[in-house]
Design a protein around this ligand. Structure first.
Ligand code: ZN
Length: 395
């Protein structure tokens, strides 16, 4: 075991730079004195760190916000929209998406490319993903400071390996390493993660529901996954494999699932099952049928609410989470799922009589995962800005 050693000057500055950027991110428009008060650093230290961050292009010193005592004008510090960006990449079963987000959280470029990735070998799809990343680099003159990659499968947190993605047919793929080679990413940090987890984070950070801190975000597309957030923190299980609500059994004798088992939620209430039952080809067409009161479409959606309610009530009984956010396809079907789902939860959740479950629809819908992936990359830059600062301002 290594003995702890005293922090050197550079380690201290790295830590303090993160404190300063975190304060500016939390309170855009804050003054240097305000940063000092929030962080406990001296005003001299804050001034020196802020000046370095300004020269490095991470922070902007804006118009004076207000006068702070006689003579001294407080200026308004904000993170710079021209600073390093986070790039989100989503490898879907039937699309590849990219999204750039700047340090202030603004989306500057988002693109979805339809692609039939089902049953394609990983290397063939990753060539296309690398091409999508390189096209982002070539189109926009911004520094990409980190990449988050959302994938529809189990990502092991200790190794970063995608262990299995049943709907893609992939096993044991090192996505960061593969993309680093193919897209010539040099030393840009790449983080792969489960799309349902990124979707939950995306909805919490960038969605429009205020004060979303304890919730389960269920995202349904071809697969179904859940992101579990408690006290504002993602709970992904011990190894990162948690939240696989799509493979909870809701009908022991039900149809075969892509995972090999029978009667999983995904096999009876996933997008493929819903479309097959309703006899339409895509979700917008299904929504149009539902809006027109089409009986076959309405009949197809009813058991979805029942199966989803069965699975979710198991989760709520186990974890005691008060809010459910319907994402992806379920967000689009929300108006027809809400009431029967609420009935199912009221029936099955033991605590529901005195603590009713709140059901919300995602405000980001199918964009939640890509936004979460991009914003994760941005938050990683804010949490450790020193490499970007020392690259521009040595010493
Ligand atoms: Zn399954």
């Amino acid at each position: 075991m290594t003995q702890p050693r005293p922090a050197g000057q550079h380690t201290v500055r790295r830590h303090n730079s993160a404190l300063v950027l975190g304060a500016i991110a939390d309170s855009p428009g804050i003054s240097r004195a305000g940063v000092a008060a929030r962080t406990g650093l001296t005003k001299a230290t804050v001034s020196s760190l802020v000046d370095r961050a300004i020269v490095a292009g991470l922070v902007v010193d804006g118009e004076p916000a207000h006068r702070e005592g006689p003579g001294r004008r407080g200026t308004a510090l904000t993170l710079s929209p021209a600073g390093p960006h986070g790039l989100g990449v989503e490898i879907g079963v039937d699309y590849i998406a990219t999204c750039l987000v700047d340090l202030t959280g603004r989306v500057s470029r988002q693109r979805i490319r339809p692609a039939d990735n089902r049953a394609q070998p990983a290397n063939r799809v990753l060539v296309k993903v690398a091409r999508a990343i390189r096209s982002v680099f070539s189109e926009l003159p911004v520094v990409v400071g980190g990449i988050g990659v959302a994938v529809p499968g189990l990502v092991e947190n200790s190794t970063g390996l995608l262990r299995t993605a049943p709907n893609l047919g992939w096993r044991d793929v090192d996505i960061p390493a593969e993309l680093r080679d193919r897209a010539a990413l040099a030393d840009i940090p790449v983080l792969a993660g489960n799309e349902a987890n990124f979707a939950a984070l995306g909805e919490m950070w960038s969605g429009e529901h205020p004060e979303l801190r304890d919730f389960i975000h269920v995202s349904a597309e071809i697969g179904i996954g859940a992101g579990i957030v408690m006290d504002g923190t993602l709970f992904e299980g011990v190894r990162g494999f948690g939240g696989e609500i799509g493979h909870l059994s809701v009908d022991a004798k039900g149809p075969q699932c892509s995972c090999g088992a029978r009667g999983c939620l995904e096999a009876v209430a996933g997008q493929d099952a819903i479309l097959a039952q309703s006899g339409v080809s895509d979700v917008p067409a299904l929504v149009a049928r539902l809006e027109s009161g089409d009986r076959k479409a309405l009949t197809a959606v009813r058991p979805v609410a029942r199966y989803l309610g069965t699975a979710l009530s198991n989760v709520v009984n186990l974890l005691d989470v008060p809010t459910i956010v319907l994402g992806g396809t379920y967000a689009a079907l929300g108006p027809w799922l809400q009431e029967p789902l609420q009935e199912e939860l009221t029936l099955r959740v033991v605590s529901a009589a005195w603590s009713p479950i709140t059901i919300l629809q995602s405000t980001l819908g199918t964009e939640a995962a890509i936004r979460g992936a991009a914003t994760s990359a941005v938050r990683a830059i804010i949490a450790d800005p020193d490499p970007f600062i020392t690259a521009t301002v040595p010493g």
